[in-house]
Design a protein around this ligand. Sequence first.
Ligand SMILES: [Zn+2]
Length: 87
Amino acid sequence: MGKMLKKWDPDRHCYDPYECPDDWKVCGLAFDMDAQINCACCGKQISYGDGYTSREIYDSSGMFGMCICPDCNEAQWEREKERRKKR
Ligand SMILES: [Zn+2]
């Protein structure tokens, strides 16, 4: 049983349950910029200060975006651009 997070579905405008492995150290708000955490999206280890706040993956309360790595942030921008084109 992993950690339960939420993933925003922009097409349906609702959250889906998103489970990440228990040994991933994911976080939304951090206190320590040097903390070693895992990207909530791909699991890569990064330091918190190098991460970005996801606009897709949220904590279980849905209030805070989780920290993701620069690669996943880039991919997220690409997805957003694609969606905008479709409108
Ligand atoms: Zn990542």
